[in-house]
Design a protein around this ligand. Structure first.
Ligand code: AP5
Ligand code: ZN
Length: 217
């Protein structure tokens, strides 16, 4: 199965993709994570992506498709994949359709995480993740249960993303509305779009998501 989580920065794509991984044995494929790894490793793709990411704009389709195809070529795509943060432009959606068609497949479901703009800046600006296992947290919305310790793995080191400032979050939201939101129609016309109220708390979003996803697996 190929599932897509569609929604603006802070909608909860990463949080819910990790839930689906644990629950259904799917593999999360986040182009944001792939690009951040490329930047950290100093690869050619990473050097080309860095400036756009820091400014909150989209990285070029060529570079994104290059890192995604490299990742898809690896064998561990499990019971299926959850695309988190991809596709983000019409050209990326068309490329994905072509890649899947070549394998005799198609997009199984696209879940649109519907949210309001203003609270998204707050979600993004307070976010941090466990450096050991990658679990996501938030200063006030999802704090650590034990001070200084990851709930999942007990790790004590945490990271904040360089682009998680209120200023850059605004640019990222604008990029979503102009370049990514048109994909909603593309997938509605293909008959695979499902809408989910992602202003609810994390547990309620997870519950609705499981209900939507389970029948498509
Ligand atoms: P990417 O890494 O994809 O970031 P993003 O889309 O901005 O999404 P986020 O990771 O910010 O949000 P999320 O929806 O995963 O929310 P989360 O679950 O963490 O992209 C980064 C950059 O890379 C882009 O700006 C671009 O430059 C580049 N890029 C990546 N892919 C690209 C592509 N395909 N093409 C071009 N460029 C690309 O949740 C946020 C916070 O809220 C967390 O703290 C969480 O605990 C909390 N939270 C989650 N759900 C809830 C809830 N229901 N209620 C309350 N709090 C919640
Ligand atoms: Zn951890």
């Amino acid at each position: 199965a190929v599932l897509i989580l569609l929604g603006p920065p802070g909608a909860g794509k990463g949080t819910q993709a990790r839930m689906l991984e644990r629950r259904f044995g799917l593999v999360q494929l986040s182009t944001g994570d792939m690009l951040r790894a490329a930047v950290a490793a100093g690869t050619e793709a990473g050097r080309a992506a860095q400036a756009a990411m820091a400014a909150g704009g989209l990285v070029s389709d060529d570079i994104v498709l290059q890192v995604l195809k490299e990742r898809l070529a690896q064998p561990d795509t499990g019971q299926g994949v959850i695309l988190d943060g991809f596709p983000r432009t019409g050209a990326q959606a068309a490329a994905l359709d072509a890649i899947l068609a070549a394998r005799g497949g198609a997009v199984g479901a696209v879940i649109l995480l519907e949210v309001e703009d203003a609270p998204m800046i707050r979600r993004v600006a307070g976010r941090f993740t466990c450096a050991t296992c990658g679990e996501g947290y938030h200063d006030t919305l999802k704090p650590l249960r034990a001070e200084g310790q990851c709930d999942v793995c007990g790790g004590t080191e945490f990271r904040r993303r360089a682009d998680d400032t209120a200023e850059t979050a605004g640019a990222r939201l604008a990029a979503y509305h102009t370049q990514t939101a048109p994909l909603i129609d593309h997938y509605a016309q293909a008959g695979v779009l499902r809408r989910l109220d992602a202003m609810q708390d994390i547990a309620a979003v997870s519950r609705d998501l499981v209900r939507l996803v389970e029948p498509t697996l």
